[in-house]
Design a protein around this ligand. Structure first.
Ligand code: F6R
Length: 633
């Protein structure tokens, strides 16, 4: 028997990491296509288990492309979907029946009679039988050949929430609060999200002959690490797949970023000790041992798998000082550069003293979540700041908010629009999509919130742009298609401002999210300026507005915030009224957006403190993006 590789010591399930989701799905789609064709050649059918949600969207696009361009036929395919919300009709815009039609079935030649999706609209007393019938049908079809899975942030597969047993079968389940919160935007408010679902069981999934679990984006990184590297537990149903003999995790680099092989590569092999990796490992060592950087000694390195590093680049004290200085140099109270100062070791250039700054916010609120304090500083330091909201964010406005605003207008005597909106809301119920008029109304709500929020950061209305990119206006969640008109609108804005600094986000988000789509619009637009003189002098800074902050060794600009700035930041986020939770927060994990954002910034400050740097109240942080094809520096 061969010695296990370092990676195998940590990973309990075969895991393949691809540079991005599109490369990953090409490989999975190719394997599915080959398997389907092989069965066709034998005159046999192929049973495919399917998932919904954002994750499989790129896979379905690739399968549709193969059908159209390469003649891949699904005539011999029988499909079984994992799950469906309970209590909603298949015509509901968020039903998985409708999702599957829109994303896949309407675009391929699978015969209607061979499509199977659990029924969400059966009477409660009939669910048990319907679930049993579903199991029997899978068995009658010979079992599932290939099962596609996504993974929820709770670690669920299908809707097998934490607590689901490894032998569970198709059944009615109660959805976890986190899962319902994740779906709240799709359903325009948490209270519209069904409480129950019908799902194949973990046991049903384990019976599939082959399983691919796909995951994209940084928001999945933690749950992926636990599912791949920790012992199987009921509190994380995806971890049961470790016991499957033919299951594979297919990841992009962002979702794989917490795996030991990526996070601590020195534990699984003999990496080249680049300055970045040295910084990563030394900061990690310091935090792990609870010792400030400057107190680490050779023995600490040797006893923690870092003897090569300390031999190559030590002794410890010199290495400690080097890393300490690097981290120290990321800290600046001058995010637009400090005029009249030596900028050799500062993240931003001193000149020009007054910069044109463009902040791109995919949806209203992304900006302030990540950088309200930095925005205030940029304004206070006299830079010309423009904040551009790339999409209207109308899809994220719950109906109650529109109702509230329309009621207010009605009372104030502006009855024409208000009555129309109220009537539409009434007629629409929870089951239809918003009309263009309602979407526009909702987008006005978000505009007002964004203006109020930026006012807290010292920005006047004239500094705000609303791009309303067409991909969003024409689309719905998971169905966005970026087009040339989006890129053209972004290019016009960039060309008009010719910024010295751009702040942008979304490069590591789930590929079908608004943030990732917005980033791809930006990336396409910025390319056309690569030879412009102004662009050569433009720094692009990436920020994170989702739940996860940059790792400490990645940070290239750390902007400390005073206690008052932290309060002001919370106030700025609070202005996004329509984004507040519909329920009072119950515990720390599910706290409100402003609480989470501030907590995250406080967490960064704690890490800087632990490393032995100054103790700040909170820190907002950024990483520079290099324009080398899609790579962040
Ligand atoms: C959907 C399903 C769920 C999703 C999971 C991830 O059929 O079974 O387990 O795969 O909730 O959802 P997304 O892909 O939207 O992140």
């Amino acid at each position: 028997m061969s010695e296990p590789s370092g990676q195998e010591l940590y990973e309990r399930i075969p895991t393949k990491v691809f540079e991005d989701a599109s490369l990953a799905v090409c490989e999975v789609a190719k394997e599915i296509a080959e398997a389907i064709r092989a069965r066709q050649a034998e005159g046999k059918s192929f049973v495919l288990g399917l998932a919904t949600g954002s994750t499989p969207v790129p896979l379905y696009r690739e399968l549709v492309r193969m059908h159209r361009e390469e003649g891949l036929s699904f005539a011999n395919v029988t499909s079984f979907n994992l799950d469906e919300y309970f209590g909603i009709e298949s015509r509901h815009p968020e039903s998985y029946h409708r999702f599957m039609r829109e994303q896949l079935f309407d675009h391929i030649d699978i015969p209607e009679a061979q499509i199977n999706i659990p029924q969400g609209a059966v009477a409660r007393e009939e669910v048990f039988e319907a679930c049993q019938a579903y199991e029997e049908k899978i068995e009658a079809c010979g079992g599932i050949d290939v099962q596609i899975l996504g993974i929820g942030r709770t670690g669920h597969i299908g809707f097998n929430e934490p607590g689901s047993g490894p032998h569970s079968r198709t059944r009615l389940v109660t959805l976890d609060r986190l899962t319902r919160l994740d779906a709240a935007r799709d359903f325009q408010g948490e209270h519209n999200v069904p409480r129950y679902a019908v799902t194949m069981g973990v046991g049903t999934i384990m019976d599939a002959r082959k399983v691919y679990l796909l995951a994209w984006g940084r928001s999945k990184a933690e749950v992926i690490k636990a599912a791949v590297e920790d012992a199987p537990v009921e509190s994380l149903p995806a971890s049961f797949l470790q016991a499957h003999s033919n299951a594979y995790f297919i990841l992009d680099t962002a979702s794989a970023s917490e795996l030991t092989r990526n996070k601590y590569p020195w534990l699984v092999g003999f990496p080249a000790w680049t300055p970045e990796l040295a910084r990563e490992s030394v900061t990690h060592l310091s935090l792990k041992l609870g010792k400030p950087l400057l107190k680490l000694v050779d023995k600490d390195y040797q006893e923690n798998g870092l003897s090569e590093l300390v031999t190559e680049q030590g002794p410890a004290y010199g290495l400690n000082i080097r890393v300490f200085n690097e981290v120290q140099h990321t800290i600046t109270g001058w995010p637009g550069g400090k005029p009249d100062a030596d900028d050799t070791y500062r993240p931003e250039r001193a000149l020009p003293a007054r910069k044109r700054v463009l902040v791109l916010s995919p949806e209203p609120q992304d900006d302030v979540l990540a950088m309200a304090a930095t925005l205030s500083r940029l304004v206070a330091h006299g830079h010309e700041v423009t904040v551009a909201y790339l999409t209207s964010g109308s899809l994220g406005v719950p109906d109650e908010e529109a109702n509230w605003a329309a009621d207010l207008m009605l009372e104030a005597g502006d009855s024409a629009i208000a009555s129309d909106v109220l009537r539409e809301l009434e007629e629409k119920g929870a089951f239809s999509e918003d009309s263009p008029r309602l979407r526009t109304f909702k987008s006005y709500l978000r505009r007002n919130e964004a203006r109020a929020s930026l006012e807290m950061c010292g920005l006047s209305k004239s500094c705000i742009r609303f791009l309303d990119l067409p991909f969003y206006e024409k689309g719905r969640y998971r169905r966005f298609e970026v087009g040339e008109e989006d890129v053209a609108a972004m290019s016009r804005l960039i060309d008009e401002i010719k910024p010295h600094q751009i702040f942008v986000t979304g490069e590591a988000a789930d590929p079908s999210s608004v943030q990732a789509k917005s980033f791809s619009v930006f990336e396409n637009a910025i390319r056309s300026f690569s030879s412009e003189p102004w662009y050569k002098d433009c720094y692009v800074w990436l920020y994170r507005s989702d739940g996860r902050e940059w790792d400490i060794h990645q940070v290239e600009m750390a902007v400390p915030c005073s206690p008052d700035e932290v309060k002001a930041k919370a106030q700025a986020i609070y202005q996004h009224r329509s984004q507040r939770s519909q329920l009072p927060s119950m515990n720390a994990d599910q706290s409100e957006a402003w609480e989470q954002a501030v907590e995250r910034n406080r967490g960064t400050a704690v890490l800087y403190d632990k490393l032995g740097l100054a103790e700040y109240e909170a820190i907002e942080c950024f990483v520079r993006w290099s324009t080398v094809e899609g790579a962040s520096k």
